[in-house]
Structures are given as C-alpha cells and as structure tokens.
Design a protein around this ligand. Sequence first.
Ligand SMILES: [Zn+2]
Length: 333
Amino acid sequence: MNHSIFRLPSLSTIQPYCRQHQLKPCLGSIKITDVLDNIDTLFGPCPELNGTQYTGQVITDEELGIPKKRSGHTLSFDELATERRIDYLPLSDEMGGFCLEHVDGAVETVRIGEDIKAVELAVQAVKDGKVHIAHETSVGAISRLARNNYSAKPVFMASTCKKGTWRESLQNIQTVMEGWKCSEYGEQKNGPIFSVASDGDSTRHAALFMMCMHTEITSENPLFPFISGLLGLNRGVSYDNLTMDFDYKHLFKHGMVVKDVCINRDLLTLWLERLPGYNWSETSIHALLNPTDAQDVPRAVKLLLCIVELGSLDKNELDPSEAAEFEALCLLG
Ligand SMILES: [Zn+2]
C-alpha cells in the first residue's frame, strides 16, 4: 500500500503546504484595503506556518514546486448560505453580519468601542428596517488558469441581503479587479484576470453586462486573429478585454440556439410527445422539464436519454420547418 500510486500523502509531507489564513470580510463598507490584505494573505509569501517543524520558515513558491510563470486568472462570484445572525469579531472589535448593501449609512459604525452605544444604534437600525441581517455571503475568488495551484482563493467576502442594485454589484467586482491590479502579489506577480464568472444572479448579470459589453473585438484588437473564425461567439469585452463567463447550467435552462433553432422547454415538450413508447401526461412532461429539485440527476439523465431517442423518429414525415428542428435536436442529442 505504501508504494501505491493512490496512497494519501503523510502528515509530514503536507505540513509544509498547510497555511492558516486570516481573511478579512468587508463589514461596514466595501474597502479595497480588505481585498488587498486578502490577496497578500493568499497569494503572497507565507512567513509563518503552523506545523511544529516548520514554524518561522518562509516557503516560497519555487520551493513548493510552483513555477513563477504568470498566467491568466478567473474571478468568480457566488453566494454562500450563512446563519442569519450578527457575529462579534474580537480581532477588529467589529460586528459582522449586516448586509453590505445597506449597512453603510444605516449604521454609524460597526466598531463597538468602549460602550454599547454602537450596538444599540445597530439594533434600532435593524428594527427600523434600514439594514438587514444577512442570510448569505457574497464571495469573490480568484483562480489560476494553469495546470497547478488552480484552486479558487477567496479575496472578497461580504454579507448580503440580495436587495442591492446592479451598480453596487458592479462596484464589488471593480473593487476586486482594482485590488488585483494594485497588489504586488496580484497581476504584477501572477498575471492578469481574463474573465469574471458568475452563477445565475440576475443583478450580477446586469452588472457584468454593463462592464463586459463595453466594446466589441475588432481587427485592431490583438485577440482578433484568435477569435475571428469563431462564428456566433459573443465578441463583447470590457475596455481591457475582460469577458464575462456565466455558469452554463443557468444559461441553458432558458434555452439554447442550435443551427438557428431555439431549443427551449416549449419545443422539447412538443417533440417529446412524439416519442413512441411513452405514455406522457401533461404533468409528467412538465415535471421532466421543470424539476422541483434542480439537482435531481436521475431526472436530468432521463431527459437527456429522451432527447437522444428523438433521433430515432422517422424524418420522412416531417415538413421543412420540423426537419430543421429535428436536425437541431439530433445534433443536441
Ligand atoms: Zn440589506
């Protein structure tokens, strides 16, 4: 077992790689200094390691076998569910857990200080509905587009009530982008951010649309030779060639275009009804295309198999418009 290629590394092997991070969430307002500190912590050299054998040592990327080569990066945003409560952060003597969208202005300060006045004011602001106790945390993480050390490292964290505007969402993204550009351990050392990725959050979609559809790649752009042959590709970029990158699962649920045919729920419903051997009721097709649990894998597999099966339908009976849809569905299957 010792010599098996599947063996787990021993403690003494992984200890030099182990880092304990003290990350800073944005609490009272969005501050680039918090983002810069997190970039330093996660991308800078580690002066202190927790393992007993290695305390005090500085382990550089070279020693860890990480090449110094710069590469592109992706900045990804998503939300994490959190408990709806206020936390006390003893290191900075601050309260955490108010939504970032409304805390600035509703609460004078999140720092507690010598008395409980700040706490009383915060309680009143929550009661008045001026600020919310957040139930989610927005996280912005940066990952390398490389063969090693590509894990996403969170550099931006802020509690959210998801009632913010696209401008506030854009400000969060731009603050992280600025932080990465300014930090000596950001773009300078590791390379630029190529794209900003997001889940299906519609407010963030609007923010990214405003940022990344600023200009279109034309023949003067250095990227043009690489993408000019890719017909149908969205060529919108930000002023510094940044692209947006959405989780395709969230995009495809609205439909997709295959050979100029928009394949969506309505079209699939019509075609699935033609499959022989299925006793579809309206509710069973609806349930297949609109699962209550989005993570229902067996149901998703059943839908995919049904789409594959559509290819076995007799195409000789189809009119020209149906033939075009049929061809697109076969391609999808
Ligand atoms: Zn709020």
